[in-house]
Design a binder for this molecule. Structure first.
Ligand code: GLY
Length: 404
C-alpha cells in the first residue's frame, strides 16, 4: 500500500485506524468484500507489536485452563491459516512466511512435566490431539535439546508464520485491492449526530467514512473523541524478545517451534526460514514502558539456554520489545460498538498473529452485514456495554456499564 498524505479525501466506505496485522487484515478483507477502504496509521506496516511478535500459531500447546472459548477461536483461526495464506499470497504476490513443521512442547524437570501433563489432559478434553513423548523421543526430533529435558508433547497442527512477512503481504494485498494508505496520526475521531463519521488527522486533513474501525492495538482507547465508555481500557503487557542468527552454512539449532517450561517459567524458540531463531518472551505489566532490560533478556536467555544450550553460541541479531494489548478479560474486542458506524478490532493480547485470519473474516462480515458471524459473537466489542446505549456526541453512553 503506498502511503498518501491527502489534506482531505472523498468519503470511503471504511476507514481503518491502525497499520498493524489487525488493521491491515481488516482493510484487506473489507476491500476483498467490495468496500472502498482507507487505512490511517502513523507507522503504516512499520514497527508495532506485530513486528515484534514471534508468530507462533500454537493454540494446542498454548491451551490453558479458563480460556476454553478463546482457544476454540484460536483453533478456528489456526485451521484457517493455510487457506488464508494461499489467498493472501495470490493477492499480494508475496510470501507470508508460513511454516507447517509442528511444535514441540517440552519440560525441563519433573514438576514441569507434571504441569504439561495437566495441560495435555485439557487439550484432550478440547479435542486437540497432541502426542506425549519421552525425553529421548523429544531429542530424536530436536537433537540440540538439553539431555536433561524430561519429556514433552508434539503438536503436529501447531505451526508458525513470520509476522513481518505477513504484515508486508497484507499491505501489498490491501493495496492491490485498492486500499489507500495514509501515514498520519489521528487527531480525533469525528462523531456527529451520535454516529461515527470519520477522523481529523494531525496534519489537519479529514477523512470521512461510512464506518470507522479502531484497530490501533494498545493505543486504541486513547484516540481522542471516542465517546466515554465505548472502548474499554487496554493494558499494555510488555514482551521482550531476542533474535539470534545461525552462522551461514550451519543447520538451525531447532527445526520446529520449541516451547517449554523451565521451573514453571514459559519460554519459546521459533525458527525462521532466514536462519534466525526468535526467543521469547517476558510478560510484564508496568504500563507503557518499552525499555529493554538486562533482567528481562536474561530471563529469556536463561530459560532458552536450559532447553537448548547451543543458543549461547549464536550471534544476537536483534533485541526487541512490544506491548501486547490486553483487554479486561484477555479476549479480543470485535465488531460494532454502541456508537453506530464505529467498530473495534482490538485487545488481541497474546494472540494477535494467530487470530489474524478470523479477525479479518469476522470484521469483513460485520462491515458488510452489520453483525459478527456466530463463532465471533462471544467476542463482540459490546459485551461490556451490551450495546444498548444512546450516544451523545463525544459524551458518555447512557444505560451501559462503564469500564473503570
Ligand atoms: N503469543 C506469544 C506471546 O505473546 O509471547
Amino acid at each position: 500500500m503506498s502511503a498518501t498524505t491527502p489534506s482531505s479525501q472523498s468519503p470511503v466506505d471504511v476507514l481503518v485506524v491502525g497499520g498493524g496485522l489487525i488493521g491491515l487484515v481488516t482493510a484487506w478483507r473489507a476491500a476483498r468484500a467490495g468496500l472502498s477502504v482507507t487505512v490511517v496509521a502513523e507507522r503504516l506496516g512499520g514497527p508495532s507489536a506485530s513486528t515484534v511478535a514471534a508468530g507462533m500459531l500454537t493454540p494446542a500447546t498454548e491451551a490453558s485452563f479458563g480460556e476454553e472459548e478463546l482457544m476454540r477461536l484460536c483453533v478456528r483461526s489456526r485451521d484457517r491459516f493455510p487457506g488464508f495464506v494461499a489467498e493472501l499470497e495470490q493477492d499480494s504476490g508475496a510470501s507470508a512466511g508460513y511454516r507447517a513443521e509442528g511444535t514441540l512442547q517440552v519440560a525441563f524437570d519433573a514438576d514441569d512435566m507434571a504441569r504439561l501433563g495437566h495441560l495435555g489432559d485439557l487439550r484432550e478434553s478440547l479435542g486437540l490431539a497432541t502426542q506425549r513423548l519421552t525425553g529421548r523421543e523429544c531429542r530424536r526430533l530436536e537433537p540440540m535439546l538439553a539431555p536433561s529435558v524430561r519429556g514433552g508433547y508434539l503438536a503436529d497442527g501447531d505451526h508458525s508464520v513470520d509476522p513481518r512477512a505477513l504484515l508486508q503481504a497484507l499491505r501489498a494485498a490491501a493495496e492491490r485491492r485498492g486500499t489507500v494508505g495514509v501515514r498520519d496520526r489521528v487527531h480525533r475521531l469525528v462523531v456527529e449526530d451520535g454516529r461515527a463519521r470519520g477522523v481529523v488527522l494531525d496534519s489537519g486533513g479529514e477523512i470521512t467514512a461510512g464506518q470507522v474501525v479502531l484497530a490501533a492495538g494498545v493505543d486504541t482507547p486513547s484516540i481522542a473523541g471516542i465517546p466515554e465508555g465505548v472502548v474499554p481500557p487496554l493494558r499494555p503487557v510488555k514482551g521482550q524478545l531476542l533474535r539470534l542468527r545461525t552462522p551461514e552454512g550451519e543447520p538451525p539449532l531447532v527445526t520446529r517451534t520449541v516451547r517449554g517450561l523451565v521451573k514453571g517459567s514459559p519460554v519459546y524458540l521459533v525458527p525462521r526460514d532466514s536462519g534466525e531463531i526468535v526467543l521469547g518472551a517476558t510478560q510484564e505489566e508496568q504500563g507503557f514502558d518499552t525499555r529493554l532490560t538486562a533482567g528481562g533478556l536474561w530471563e529469556v536467555l536463561r530459560d532458552a539456554h536450559a532447553l537448548v544450550p547451543g543458543v549461547s553460541e549464536l550471534e544476537v541479531a536483534e533485541t526487541c520489545v512490544g506491548l501486547r494489548p490486553g483487554s479486561p478479560d484477555n479476549e479480543p474486542l470485535l465488531g460494532p460498538t454502541a456508537v453506530p458506524g464505529l467498530h473495534l478490532a482490538a485487545g488481541h493480547f497474546r494472540h494477535g498473529v494467530l487470530l489474524t485470519p478470523v479477525t479479518g473474516d469476522a470484521m469483513a462480515r460485520a462491515l458488510t452485514t452489520g453483525a459478527l458471524p456466530d463463532y465471533a459473537r462471544r467476542f463482540a466489542a459490546t459485551r461490556v456495554t451490551g450495546g444498548r446505549a444512546a450516544v451523545a456526541d463525544g459524551g458518555p453512553i447512557e444505560g451501559g456499564d462503564q469500564w473503570t
